[in-house]
Design a protein around this ligand. Sequence first.
Ligand SMILES: [Zn+2]
Length: 278
Amino acid sequence: MHSGAEHVEGVPPEWARCVRCGYAIVGLRPDGVCPECGLGILASWPQWELRECHGAYIRHLFDELGALHGVASIVGLAALVGVGTTVLSVTVSGDPRMYVLAGGIASACILSGIALGQLFQLIKHLYKHANSNWTYGSSLRRCMKLGVIVIGVGEVVAFVLGLLAFVYASQVGSAVILIGAVLVFAGLGLIHLNGMLYAAFTLERAGDTRRRSTLTDLSWLLPFVGLIGFPFTVFGVLDWWWIAAVGLLGVAIAAATLARRCTCARGVLRSLMESLSH
Ligand SMILES: [Zn+2]
């Protein structure tokens, strides 16, 4: 099974800190409490089985999945706006087409801005846990951070370098914008894949693997479906806009799959918190 981390079982090693007060909890028994603030060691140094973990730690995971759910929902909504705009701008002709395009691009930009803000909130939350570099899921968290960096680089390439190149040579500009767009999609795919695994991983730790299917694990490939049709645009068989619409639809479905898995994992965590408090 995927362990997703360099976690050390049992007693916390010398770098472990209490998540509430920062006290070094090195060598303390997992069933004990922090000598400084009284918080259970399991809140700072969780075990694999969530049933054995502290309620505060489960709450932390619950909030993390909530933030991930928020990001997925907003990205999905932005992608749907993109699909609508692309389809309308192909089918509508004349003046209204410009309004559709302008409105669609503006809404998609606003939604993407909110999604990016949410994403930064999520990354902040992922690292809020004092021992996040060593507790379970640390490699997945690092990979998600890499995805954010890839998106950032892609946006700089597309919107700064691409647009600058476009002014001097439109074909070079288009090529650079395309590279930037592929990077943005790759970053989204990376965050999506790690988010899917993170939620699946939480289900596994909660002892509930029935809800995980390999088919939904593969949903990160959906945003790339549009790229398969790309060669057809080169030969003029298909309009570029249709490829964009299919790609965006893939993003929307992938985002919905992630949001659904997060809801599912949160449901399992909620009942776990309820059973722990009784
Ligand atoms: Zn403490």
